[in-house]
Design a protein around this ligand. Sequence first.
Ligand code: NAP
Ligand code: 3JN
Length: 340
Amino acid sequence: MSGKKFNIAVAGATGAVGNQMITCLEESKIPLNSVRFLASHRSTGRKLRFKGDFIEVEELTENSFKGIDIALFSAGGGTSKKFAPIAAKDGCVVIDNSSAWRMDPDVPLVVPEVNPHAIADYTNKGIIANPNCSTIQMVVAINPIYRKCGIKRIVVSTYQAVSGTGKRAIDELFNQTRSMINFLDYEINVYPHRIAFNCLPQIDVFLENGYTKEEMKMVNETRKIFEDDSIGVTATTVRVPVFYGHSESVNIETKEHISADEAKSLLANAPGIKVVDDPANNIYPLAIDAAGQDLTLVGRIRNDESIPNGINMWIVADNIRKGAATNTVQIAEILAEKYL
Ligand code: NAP
Ligand code: 3JN
């Protein structure tokens, strides 16, 4: 670091992701001059803890970014679309967690373990995009195999925690579960169906091609991050009654053969990954183990015996940390250390 201290704003500070961003900033080595917490008018005046102090939440307005060096956004796509360019115009670099800017060709889409070089392109628009949580953990886990053997095709099914939908969905799973085990009526407010004791094969809205928006985010973001439109990706995304931690069953067809044992040792030495794979002792990645930490856990690594060059894996990560807040703060750390 150059000795510079940074002024950082968190937009969406009162949300599930924003709250975790604050924790990640507390844990980060970025030297801070000041922090500013922004949310909607509903939260103005609320106080949030930061490093032992209480910081008052301010309403996000067009004037919020004057004097700010880096703004971490997680206040929804509409807010990002409107305010990220305003913040950038004030000389601040925005790292945005929404899908608003991810597929803009002038905006880098970054997972630090996979394509940190892309951060340099922040100069185009002053905006860097953070991928969708389901994409992040998948590309972290398959990156070592992609670099060594190439990948022709990915087939992924996800098992996504309700925290991916935000604080209202966390409450919905809790309330429905409590009502049901007490034989009481329950309310359905967030998802189209009950989520307690159920699995919903729908995340986000359906598109004309029959896939959901979440599924197509995984397809398009994976190709952009690897800068490789030749990779075939097909996804089924499912919401499950888990609070924290997304799990994924991933099948990849590689260009060159790799054995399951080679894949395991490749992954064991790769950044951001912990191989958890000892089936003889019933050891494999679990959402309850992924929650609250930053590594992407990979296990059940085995050859797909139905094709010559295939690998199956089970990939689990904390969707709010590595899937959102941690990835954002990692980008901010690189930006602060190398570019600002
Ligand atoms: P959440 O728990 O519902 O929180 C939403 C946050 O946005 C709150 O701080 C809210 O402030 C703020 N907000 C809403 N409307 C606003 C407005 N008009 N102006 C200023 N602030 C506003 O949602 P979340 O789970 O944290 O997700 C927030 C966003 O992060 C999502 O919409 C999505 O774009 C992104 N996200 C990304 C990933 C990923 O995969 N990388 C995962 C989850 C979410 P109040 O408390 O004042 O209402
Ligand atoms: O549902 C999940 O597990 C992840 C959700 C992410 C999300 C939720 C609301 C809006 C996004 C996202 O990051 O893609 C968005 C969005 O910005 O489109």
